[in-house]
Design a protein. Sequence first.
Length: 84
Amino acid sequence: MDKKYLYKVINQIARETRIYYKHKLIHAPFSPHGTSFPFDFSPSYFFPYFFKYCRNIYGLTEEETEYVWYEYKKIIKYKIKNRK
């Protein structure tokens, strides 16, 4: 697992994620059918879409994707909390 590459992936997905504070919605590049989802999104629901996206776009393994997912969620939660 190349951590440098994974951090680039994490940051890229986070940059492509749009946060709509007024409506408390998130739109991510892996969102199913281009939908937005609420701030309190359920990781178990969205992980399959995230996994497929990371495998198809970045060629990540399941282990790498789990790591990226964990770090991605931390970034998004931080952005929501601090309105960044």
